[in-house]
Ligand binder design. Structure first.
Ligand code: PRT
Ligand code: MG
Length: 214
């Protein structure tokens, strides 16, 4: 049995065409079923639905043989035990620094003030500001980062931005772009040896599908 870990929402939706090109059809709609294990048209392949941030954990410890996860989540989790064969170029966005409209970020950085930064992405934020030589106090949040500068919890946030509409709706402005993000295929390193043929088949099919859309 091959187990693929996916999260509901954009990752699941954007993975379906890739699965289809590998000859795999998921038989249930995750938005309509309460099942967490979904069968496919291929008896030897199943999909497990997990929280986006749990995908690398499932694959690392062998709860799933492979999974699809954002680079953001992967960096925060770490690479241990994970083989990373493909950038799937789906679920694209960027990690950026944003502040309240009117906040003089450049001046705060220039003056060497200690910046308070709220984020779910503490590793990415810590590395970014350390490389710039900016002193920051990081405040870990699990969601609704946009609220932090509006309530005085923080001076800045580090968050994912796609269209920029969420920032705009909350009177925030993007002041620095830290990195581009896309979803990555991750494979359990031990499974890669034990289930080499079926895993290779899926990885190669995804690779071919990406070439035709390049
Ligand atoms: O929602 P949950 O807490 O269960 O988990 P999650 O938020 O980690 O999962 P999900 O499905 O929302 O995101 C999964 C992955 O999709 C992320 O890890 C990213 O790699 C990728 N991705 C791509 C995004 C976005 N685009 C995105 N725009 N993830 C989140 N967003 C959010 C962002 O956090 C912000 O709140 O959308 C908002 C900004 O969007 P715009 O278009 O208004 O700029
Ligand atoms: Mg989300």
């Amino acid at each position: 049995m091959i187990t693929l870990a996916l999260s509901k929402g954009r990752i699941f939706d954007e993975t379906l065409p890739l699965l289809r090109s590998a000859g795999i059809e998921v038989l249930d709609d995750p938005e309509k079923t309460r099942k967490l294990i979904l069968a496919t048209n291929r008896p030897e392949v199943r999909v497990v639905l997990v929280r986006a941030t749990d995908v690398p954990t499932y694959v690392q410890y062998g709860g799933a043989d492979l999974g699809i996860t954002g680079l953001d989540t992967l960096i925060e989790h770490g690479n241990e035990g994970l083989y990373q064969p493909l950038d799937l170029r789906i679920a694209q966005c960027r990690v950026s620094v944003a502040v309240r409209e009117g906040y003089d970020y450049a001046a705060a950085v220039r003056q060497g003030a200690r910046l308070r930064v709220a984020t779910k992405y503490v590793t990415i934020a810590r590395d970014f500001f350390a490389a710039k030589g900016v002193h920051v106090d990081l405040i870990k949040l699990y969601g609704s980062m946009e609220l932090a500068p509006l309530t005085g919890l923080a001076d800045a946030i580090v968050d994912l931005v796609s269209t920029g509409n969420t920032l705009k709706a909350n009177n925030l402005v993007e002041v620095e772009r830290i990195m581009d993000i896309s979803a990555r295929l991750v494979v359990n390193q031990a499974a890669l040896k034990l289930k080499r043929e079926p895993l290779r088949h899926i990885v190669d099919a995804f690779g071919r599908a990406l070439e035709t859309t390049a």
